[in-house]
Design a protein around this ligand. Structure first.
Ligand code: PMP
Length: 303
């Protein structure tokens, strides 16, 4: 039962149905919270659940809290051990996503400093799209930028920009949107980063292009360079490059590696999964499930 699933909530492990936040808390009213979505992959053969890149996620959570000027009472080890405690408590033997959130509680306003609390909620979760690839449009909404609301911070309020872009795309018959930034260059999706492939080169916007410093994006850059011998270029991407690229995909913890088949109804390559994208995806899934030697350092066994 979903409501009986256990959640780590304000230093207690309780059923999720009992985890209550008051309506006047700044997190409820203004989205004053920073969070991570962390996937754990079940390896049937080893009967083990692995958290993927947990260290990187916890470090990004700490950075988000710092930028938002939160007084974080927990250190790295506490944040990590609490994560492990709650995943173990649920005894999952399947792929899951875990939402680890630091939120502003109490009765203050958007500018109040505390109390800062945490919840960690594991959620069984499949793949967002059950098809070979997706149709995207370039959003008429502009991506938020570092001088207004930084996309580098994984703060709840940022997702209102994501929401507008994504829902507009869906209303117009697309699966999701790709944002341009305030320089009119390609930035990212509502909850994912983007790569295109031109002439066998992997191209992705730099971390200064109004994007989240995505853990999956960096992982793909590393795999491409060191394991698959694919050239990677981090540079600005123009909108019309999206229309003439050979392959394109969105990536992220939830999105994993999802092929893009059309953009603004222009066919991407021959509207298939894409050869290099498929190579990367195969490698990625072996890696996250603990099926490759020499990649153990990115996996934290839960049991
Ligand atoms: N951009 C945005 C806006 C996101 O929400 C996400 C998902 N966390 C990503 C990119 C991908 O980041 P990651 O690979 O770290 O999940």
């Amino acid at each position: 039962m979903e409501t009986e699933r256990l959640i780590w909530f304000k230093e207690e492990i309780i059923p999720v149905s009992q985890a209550k936040i008051n309506v006047l808390a700044p997190t409820s009213q203004f989205g004053v919270n920073v969070f991570e979505g962390i996937r754990c992959y079940w390896n049937e053969e080893k009967e083990q659940l692995y958290a993927f890149k947990l260290t990187e996620h916890i470090n990004r959570l700490i950075n988000s809290a710092k930028i938002m000027d939160f007084d974080l009472k927990y250190d790295f080890n506490f944040l990590k051990n609490s994560f492990l405690d709650i995943v173990r408590a649920n005894n999952f033997k399947e792929d899951i996503t875990v939402r680890q959130t630091l939120f502003l509680d109490g009765f203050g306003s958007w500018s109040s400093k505390g109390p800062l609390e945490m919840f960690i909620a594991p959620i069984p979760k499949g793949r967002p799209y059950d098809k070979i690839g997706i149709d995207c449009c370039v959003s008429s909404f502009e991506r938020i930028n570092d001088n207004s609301l930084s996309p580098r911070v994984k703060v709840g309020a940022n997702y209102m920009n994501s929401r507008l872009g994504h829902l507009e795309a869906v209303k117009n018959g697309y699966d999701t949107a790709i944002f341009l930034n305030n320089q009119k260059k390609v930035s990212e999706g509502p909850g994912s980063c983007i790569f295109i492939i031109r002439d066998e080169k992997l191209i992705t916007p730099p971390v200064t292009a109004s994007i989240l410093e995505s853990i999956t994006r960096q992982n793909i850059i590393d795999i491409a360079k060191s394991d698959l011998n694919i050239d990677v270029v981090e540079r600005d991407i123009d909108r019309t490059e999206l229309y003439i690229c050979d392959e394109a995909f969105l990536c992220g913890t939830a999105m994993e590696i999802t092929s893009v088949l059309t953009i603004d109804r222009y066919a991407v390559g021959n509207k298939s999964k894409g050869k290099l994208t498929e190579q990367l995806r195969e490698f990625y899934f072996k890696m996250v499930r603990g099926k490759l030697k020499n990649y153990d350092q990115f996996l934290t066994p839960i049991y």
